[in-house]
Design a protein around this ligand. Structure first.
Ligand SMILES: [Fe+2]
Ligand SMILES: [Fe+2]
Length: 358
Protein backbone atom coordinates (compact mmCIF):
# COMPACT_ATOMS: atom_id res chain seq x y z
CA UNK A 1 0.00 0.00 0.00
CA UNK A 2 1.31 3.45 -0.91
CA UNK A 3 0.89 6.14 1.73
CA UNK A 4 2.21 9.25 -0.04
CA UNK A 5 1.91 10.25 -3.69
CA UNK A 6 5.10 8.99 -5.38
CA UNK A 7 6.13 10.73 -8.61
CA UNK A 8 5.57 8.59 -11.66
CA UNK A 9 8.77 7.85 -13.58
CA UNK A 10 7.33 9.16 -16.79
CA UNK A 11 8.78 11.37 -19.50
CA UNK A 12 7.05 14.76 -19.46
CA UNK A 13 6.53 17.42 -22.15
CA UNK A 14 6.12 19.96 -19.37
CA UNK A 15 5.29 19.45 -15.69
CA UNK A 16 2.22 17.23 -15.38
CA UNK A 17 1.89 16.69 -19.15
CA UNK A 18 3.01 13.33 -20.44
CA UNK A 19 5.21 13.13 -23.53
CA UNK A 20 3.24 11.00 -26.00
CA UNK A 21 4.51 7.42 -26.46
CA UNK A 22 6.63 6.96 -29.60
CA UNK A 23 4.47 6.11 -32.61
CA UNK A 24 4.89 2.56 -33.92
CA UNK A 25 2.87 0.24 -36.14
CA UNK A 26 1.04 -0.86 -33.00
CA UNK A 27 0.14 2.53 -31.47
CA UNK A 28 -3.33 3.95 -32.23
CA UNK A 29 -3.41 5.83 -35.53
CA UNK A 30 -4.90 9.15 -36.56
CA UNK A 31 -6.69 9.07 -39.91
CA UNK A 32 -7.65 11.38 -42.71
CA UNK A 33 -9.70 10.34 -45.72
CA UNK A 34 -11.05 11.50 -49.07
CA UNK A 35 -13.87 13.74 -47.76
CA UNK A 36 -15.14 14.43 -51.29
CA UNK A 37 -15.61 10.69 -51.92
CA UNK A 38 -17.53 10.32 -48.62
CA UNK A 39 -19.77 13.25 -49.61
CA UNK A 40 -20.52 11.47 -52.90
CA UNK A 41 -21.35 8.12 -51.29
CA UNK A 42 -24.84 6.85 -52.08
CA UNK A 43 -26.28 5.85 -48.71
CA UNK A 44 -29.90 5.66 -49.85
CA UNK A 45 -30.32 1.91 -49.21
CA UNK A 46 -29.48 2.42 -45.50
CA UNK A 47 -30.98 5.87 -45.05
CA UNK A 48 -33.84 4.68 -42.81
CA UNK A 49 -31.44 2.71 -40.65
CA UNK A 50 -29.12 5.70 -40.33
CA UNK A 51 -32.02 8.00 -39.41
CA UNK A 52 -33.07 5.52 -36.71
CA UNK A 53 -29.49 5.52 -35.41
CA UNK A 54 -29.50 9.34 -35.30
CA UNK A 55 -32.65 9.22 -33.15
CA UNK A 56 -31.01 6.67 -30.84
CA UNK A 57 -27.82 8.72 -30.59
CA UNK A 58 -29.83 11.88 -29.86
CA UNK A 59 -31.51 10.10 -26.93
CA UNK A 60 -27.99 10.23 -25.46
CA UNK A 61 -28.41 7.47 -22.89
CA UNK A 62 -24.97 8.12 -21.41
CA UNK A 63 -25.42 11.87 -20.99
CA UNK A 64 -25.00 11.65 -17.23
CA UNK A 65 -22.74 8.62 -17.14
CA UNK A 66 -19.28 10.13 -17.38
CA UNK A 67 -19.06 11.86 -14.03
CA UNK A 68 -15.62 12.13 -12.50
CA UNK A 69 -16.80 11.65 -8.92
CA UNK A 70 -14.82 12.14 -5.72
CA UNK A 71 -14.29 8.39 -5.60
CA UNK A 72 -11.79 8.77 -8.46
CA UNK A 73 -9.60 11.29 -6.70
CA UNK A 74 -8.94 9.03 -3.73
CA UNK A 75 -8.51 5.63 -5.20
CA UNK A 76 -5.04 5.91 -6.76
CA UNK A 77 -3.48 5.78 -3.30
CA UNK A 78 -4.26 2.09 -3.10
CA UNK A 79 -2.33 1.29 -6.25
CA UNK A 80 1.36 0.44 -6.03
CA UNK A 81 3.83 2.20 -8.30
CA UNK A 82 4.39 -0.60 -10.82
CA UNK A 83 0.67 -1.15 -11.30
CA UNK A 84 0.17 2.60 -11.53
CA UNK A 85 2.64 2.96 -14.40
CA UNK A 86 1.10 0.01 -16.23
CA UNK A 87 -2.32 1.54 -15.72
CA UNK A 88 -1.20 4.99 -16.94
CA UNK A 89 0.05 3.30 -20.11
CA UNK A 90 -3.38 1.67 -20.55
CA UNK A 91 -5.11 5.03 -19.99
CA UNK A 92 -2.86 6.81 -22.46
CA UNK A 93 -3.37 4.23 -25.18
CA UNK A 94 -7.14 4.22 -24.68
CA UNK A 95 -7.31 8.04 -24.53
CA UNK A 96 -5.26 8.39 -27.75
CA UNK A 97 -7.43 5.92 -29.55
CA UNK A 98 -10.70 7.56 -28.40
CA UNK A 99 -9.31 10.97 -29.32
CA UNK A 100 -8.29 9.77 -32.77
CA UNK A 101 -11.96 8.76 -33.31
CA UNK A 102 -13.08 12.20 -32.17
CA UNK A 103 -10.74 14.02 -34.60
CA UNK A 104 -11.83 11.90 -37.57
CA UNK A 105 -15.58 12.09 -36.82
CA UNK A 106 -15.45 15.82 -36.10
CA UNK A 107 -13.66 16.51 -39.37
CA UNK A 108 -16.06 14.30 -41.33
CA UNK A 109 -19.01 16.09 -39.76
CA UNK A 110 -17.56 19.51 -40.60
CA UNK A 111 -16.69 18.65 -44.21
CA UNK A 112 -20.03 16.96 -44.93
CA UNK A 113 -22.23 19.67 -43.42
CA UNK A 114 -23.57 21.07 -46.69
CA UNK A 115 -23.11 17.95 -48.79
CA UNK A 116 -24.53 15.06 -46.79
CA UNK A 117 -26.56 16.28 -43.78
CA UNK A 118 -27.43 12.80 -42.48
CA UNK A 119 -23.81 11.70 -42.36
CA UNK A 120 -22.71 15.07 -40.99
CA UNK A 121 -25.17 14.75 -38.11
CA UNK A 122 -24.30 11.17 -37.30
CA UNK A 123 -20.56 11.89 -37.28
CA UNK A 124 -21.14 14.91 -34.99
CA UNK A 125 -23.01 12.66 -32.55
CA UNK A 126 -20.24 10.07 -32.59
CA UNK A 127 -17.63 12.83 -32.13
CA UNK A 128 -19.60 13.91 -29.03
CA UNK A 129 -19.23 10.43 -27.52
CA UNK A 130 -15.55 10.03 -28.38
CA UNK A 131 -14.74 13.48 -26.95
CA UNK A 132 -16.44 12.39 -23.73
CA UNK A 133 -14.51 9.12 -23.65
CA UNK A 134 -11.14 10.73 -24.38
CA UNK A 135 -11.79 13.56 -21.91
CA UNK A 136 -12.79 11.11 -19.21
CA UNK A 137 -9.69 8.98 -19.69
CA UNK A 138 -7.52 12.08 -19.63
CA UNK A 139 -9.15 13.19 -16.38
CA UNK A 140 -8.44 9.76 -14.96
CA UNK A 141 -4.78 10.20 -15.94
CA UNK A 142 -4.76 13.49 -14.05
CA UNK A 143 -5.74 11.57 -10.88
CA UNK A 144 -2.28 10.05 -11.21
CA UNK A 145 -0.64 13.46 -11.57
CA UNK A 146 -0.19 13.30 -15.35
CA UNK A 147 -2.28 14.03 -18.43
CA UNK A 148 -2.07 14.24 -22.21
CA UNK A 149 -2.01 17.54 -24.10
CA UNK A 150 -4.68 16.69 -26.68
CA UNK A 151 -4.05 19.92 -28.61
CA UNK A 152 -0.39 18.93 -28.94
CA UNK A 153 -1.42 15.46 -30.14
CA UNK A 154 -3.74 16.99 -32.77
CA UNK A 155 -0.90 19.05 -34.22
CA UNK A 156 1.97 16.60 -33.88
CA UNK A 157 0.62 13.12 -34.66
CA UNK A 158 1.19 11.58 -38.06
CA UNK A 159 -2.10 11.30 -39.98
CA UNK A 160 -2.54 8.17 -42.10
CA UNK A 161 -4.59 8.48 -45.29
CA UNK A 162 -7.25 5.78 -45.63
CA UNK A 163 -9.75 5.53 -48.50
CA UNK A 164 -13.37 5.83 -47.21
CA UNK A 165 -13.93 2.07 -47.67
CA UNK A 166 -10.84 1.28 -45.56
CA UNK A 167 -12.03 3.72 -42.88
CA UNK A 168 -15.40 1.92 -42.79
CA UNK A 169 -13.86 -1.57 -42.42
CA UNK A 170 -11.23 -0.40 -39.91
CA UNK A 171 -13.49 1.80 -37.74
CA UNK A 172 -16.29 -0.80 -37.73
CA UNK A 173 -13.82 -3.34 -36.37
CA UNK A 174 -12.24 -0.97 -33.90
CA UNK A 175 -15.67 -0.07 -32.45
CA UNK A 176 -16.76 -3.69 -32.18
CA UNK A 177 -13.45 -4.91 -30.76
CA UNK A 178 -13.62 -1.94 -28.36
CA UNK A 179 -17.07 -3.16 -27.27
CA UNK A 180 -15.80 -6.69 -26.61
CA UNK A 181 -12.67 -5.44 -24.83
CA UNK A 182 -14.58 -3.20 -22.42
CA UNK A 183 -17.41 -5.65 -21.72
CA UNK A 184 -15.01 -8.55 -21.14
CA UNK A 185 -13.04 -6.57 -18.55
CA UNK A 186 -16.30 -5.42 -16.94
CA UNK A 187 -17.79 -8.94 -16.71
CA UNK A 188 -14.53 -10.31 -15.30
CA UNK A 189 -14.35 -7.64 -12.58
CA UNK A 190 -18.01 -8.18 -11.74
CA UNK A 191 -17.04 -11.74 -10.79
CA UNK A 192 -13.72 -10.73 -9.21
CA UNK A 193 -14.27 -7.42 -7.40
CA UNK A 194 -11.03 -8.01 -5.46
CA UNK A 195 -9.13 -7.10 -8.68
CA UNK A 196 -11.09 -3.92 -9.31
CA UNK A 197 -8.64 -1.27 -8.15
CA UNK A 198 -10.02 1.82 -9.90
CA UNK A 199 -13.61 3.09 -10.39
CA UNK A 200 -13.11 3.63 -14.13
CA UNK A 201 -13.73 -0.09 -14.68
CA UNK A 202 -17.25 0.26 -13.23
CA UNK A 203 -18.14 2.55 -16.11
CA UNK A 204 -17.25 0.10 -18.87
CA UNK A 205 -20.70 -1.48 -19.17
CA UNK A 206 -22.48 1.69 -20.34
CA UNK A 207 -19.36 2.94 -22.09
CA UNK A 208 -19.16 -0.10 -24.32
CA UNK A 209 -22.76 0.46 -25.41
CA UNK A 210 -21.56 3.70 -27.05
CA UNK A 211 -18.94 1.72 -28.98
CA UNK A 212 -21.53 -0.87 -29.92
CA UNK A 213 -23.82 1.83 -31.36
CA UNK A 214 -20.91 3.39 -33.28
CA UNK A 215 -20.16 -0.06 -34.70
CA UNK A 216 -23.80 -0.41 -35.81
CA UNK A 217 -23.62 2.96 -37.60
CA UNK A 218 -20.53 1.78 -39.47
CA UNK A 219 -22.33 -1.46 -40.25
CA UNK A 220 -25.11 0.57 -41.94
CA UNK A 221 -22.48 2.53 -43.88
CA UNK A 222 -20.80 -0.69 -44.97
CA UNK A 223 -24.06 -2.32 -46.08
CA UNK A 224 -24.97 0.84 -48.02
CA UNK A 225 -21.96 0.16 -50.28
CA UNK A 226 -22.62 -3.15 -52.12
CA UNK A 227 -19.06 -3.20 -53.45
CA UNK A 228 -17.84 -3.64 -49.89
CA UNK A 229 -19.69 -6.93 -49.33
CA UNK A 230 -21.08 -8.18 -52.63
CA UNK A 231 -17.91 -8.18 -54.67
CA UNK A 232 -14.73 -10.26 -54.56
CA UNK A 233 -12.58 -7.20 -53.78
CA UNK A 234 -14.74 -6.49 -50.71
CA UNK A 235 -14.24 -10.05 -49.48
CA UNK A 236 -10.44 -9.78 -49.74
CA UNK A 237 -10.37 -6.35 -48.07
CA UNK A 238 -12.60 -7.62 -45.27
CA UNK A 239 -10.17 -10.51 -44.68
CA UNK A 240 -7.26 -8.10 -44.72
CA UNK A 241 -8.77 -5.79 -42.10
CA UNK A 242 -9.97 -8.64 -39.88
CA UNK A 243 -6.48 -10.15 -39.84
CA UNK A 244 -4.74 -6.80 -39.35
CA UNK A 245 -6.99 -5.84 -36.42
CA UNK A 246 -6.71 -9.29 -34.79
CA UNK A 247 -2.92 -9.46 -35.22
CA UNK A 248 -2.52 -5.95 -33.77
CA UNK A 249 -4.73 -7.00 -30.86
CA UNK A 250 -2.72 -10.12 -30.08
CA UNK A 251 0.60 -8.26 -30.25
CA UNK A 252 -0.52 -5.35 -28.07
CA UNK A 253 -2.29 -7.55 -25.50
CA UNK A 254 0.81 -9.75 -25.15
CA UNK A 255 3.05 -6.67 -24.91
CA UNK A 256 0.87 -5.42 -22.07
CA UNK A 257 0.17 -8.72 -20.34
CA UNK A 258 1.27 -7.11 -17.04
CA UNK A 259 -1.77 -4.78 -17.22
CA UNK A 260 -4.09 -7.78 -17.61
CA UNK A 261 -2.23 -9.57 -14.78
CA UNK A 262 -2.87 -6.52 -12.61
CA UNK A 263 -6.66 -7.02 -12.93
CA UNK A 264 -6.42 -10.81 -12.69
CA UNK A 265 -7.07 -11.52 -16.37
CA UNK A 266 -5.09 -14.12 -18.32
CA UNK A 267 -3.91 -12.07 -21.35
CA UNK A 268 -3.93 -15.02 -23.77
CA UNK A 269 -7.44 -16.15 -22.84
CA UNK A 270 -8.68 -12.55 -23.01
CA UNK A 271 -7.12 -12.06 -26.44
CA UNK A 272 -8.68 -15.24 -27.83
CA UNK A 273 -12.09 -14.44 -26.37
CA UNK A 274 -12.11 -10.88 -27.75
CA UNK A 275 -10.98 -12.05 -31.20
CA UNK A 276 -13.54 -14.89 -31.35
CA UNK A 277 -16.38 -12.58 -30.30
CA UNK A 278 -15.38 -9.74 -32.65
CA UNK A 279 -15.04 -12.19 -35.53
CA UNK A 280 -18.50 -13.60 -34.83
CA UNK A 281 -20.01 -10.09 -34.60
CA UNK A 282 -18.32 -8.94 -37.80
CA UNK A 283 -20.17 -11.71 -39.65
CA UNK A 284 -23.31 -9.54 -39.33
CA UNK A 285 -21.72 -6.77 -41.39
CA UNK A 286 -18.76 -8.19 -43.32
CA UNK A 287 -19.04 -10.56 -46.26
CA UNK A 288 -16.62 -12.99 -44.55
CA UNK A 289 -15.41 -14.04 -41.12
CA UNK A 290 -11.99 -15.53 -40.49
CA UNK A 291 -11.70 -19.19 -39.61
CA UNK A 292 -10.25 -18.50 -36.16
CA UNK A 293 -10.79 -22.14 -35.16
CA UNK A 294 -8.38 -23.32 -37.86
CA UNK A 295 -5.56 -25.21 -36.04
CA UNK A 296 -2.98 -22.81 -37.49
CA UNK A 297 -4.77 -19.54 -36.67
CA UNK A 298 -3.91 -18.75 -33.05
CA UNK A 299 -0.51 -20.54 -33.11
CA UNK A 300 0.39 -18.36 -36.11
CA UNK A 301 -0.63 -15.18 -34.27
CA UNK A 302 1.35 -16.23 -31.18
CA UNK A 303 4.48 -16.90 -33.23
CA UNK A 304 4.16 -13.30 -34.51
CA UNK A 305 3.67 -12.07 -30.98
CA UNK A 306 6.78 -13.96 -29.69
CA UNK A 307 8.85 -12.40 -32.48
CA UNK A 308 7.44 -8.98 -31.62
CA UNK A 309 8.53 -9.44 -27.99
CA UNK A 310 12.03 -10.45 -29.15
CA UNK A 311 12.19 -7.32 -31.32
CA UNK A 312 11.30 -5.21 -28.29
CA UNK A 313 14.16 -6.83 -26.35
CA UNK A 314 16.54 -6.05 -29.22
CA UNK A 315 15.31 -2.45 -29.33
CA UNK A 316 15.91 -2.08 -25.61
CA UNK A 317 19.50 -3.44 -25.85
CA UNK A 318 22.61 -1.27 -26.14
CA UNK A 319 23.67 -2.68 -29.51
CA UNK A 320 24.42 -0.22 -32.36
CA UNK A 321 21.45 0.65 -34.57
CA UNK A 322 22.59 -1.38 -37.61
CA UNK A 323 23.18 -4.48 -35.45
CA UNK A 324 19.67 -4.08 -34.05
CA UNK A 325 18.21 -3.79 -37.58
CA UNK A 326 20.15 -6.86 -38.70
CA UNK A 327 18.97 -8.93 -35.74
CA UNK A 328 15.37 -7.81 -36.25
CA UNK A 329 15.25 -8.57 -39.97
CA UNK A 330 14.65 -12.37 -39.75
CA UNK A 331 11.98 -11.74 -37.11
CA UNK A 332 10.22 -9.21 -39.36
CA UNK A 333 10.37 -11.63 -42.28
CA UNK A 334 8.95 -14.35 -40.01
CA UNK A 335 6.02 -12.15 -38.97
CA UNK A 336 5.31 -11.21 -42.58
CA UNK A 337 5.46 -14.86 -43.75
CA UNK A 338 3.13 -16.01 -40.96
CA UNK A 339 0.63 -13.22 -41.68
CA UNK A 340 0.58 -14.15 -45.38
CA UNK A 341 -0.08 -17.78 -44.41
CA UNK A 342 -2.91 -16.73 -42.08
CA UNK A 343 -4.37 -14.48 -44.78
CA UNK A 344 -4.79 -17.44 -47.11
CA UNK A 345 -6.55 -19.73 -44.63
CA UNK A 346 -9.96 -20.10 -46.33
CA UNK A 347 -12.45 -17.64 -44.82
CA UNK A 348 -16.07 -18.33 -43.81
CA UNK A 349 -18.73 -16.93 -46.13
CA UNK A 350 -20.84 -14.70 -43.86
CA UNK A 351 -23.35 -13.79 -46.60
CA UNK A 352 -24.31 -17.46 -46.91
CA UNK A 353 -24.62 -18.02 -43.14
CA UNK A 354 -26.32 -14.72 -42.28
CA UNK A 355 -29.76 -15.62 -43.65
CA UNK A 356 -31.57 -12.33 -43.98
CA UNK A 357 -29.40 -9.25 -44.27
CA UNK A 358 -29.99 -6.98 -41.31
FE1 LIG B 1 -15.16 5.62 -27.65
FE1 LIG C 1 -16.52 4.67 -30.60
Amino acid sequence: MVTSPPQPKIEELKPGVKAPTKETLLTPRFYITDFEAVANMDISSQEEELKAMIAEMKADYNRNHFVHSKEFKKSWEHIDETTRNIFIDFLERSCTSEFSGFILFKELSRRLKDRSPILSEIFALMARDEARHAGFLNKSMSDFGISLDLGYLTKNRTYTFFKPEWIIYAVYLSEKIGYWRYITVYRHLEKHPENNYYPLFNMFESWCQDENRHGDIFKALLRSQPKMWDHWTGRWWARFFLLTVFATHTLTVQERSDFYDSIGINATEYDRHVIRKTNETSGRAFPVMLNVEHPEFFPGLYRCSDRNMKMKEIDASNAPKFVKSLRKLPLQIGIFADLVKLYFIPAIDAEATRGTVA
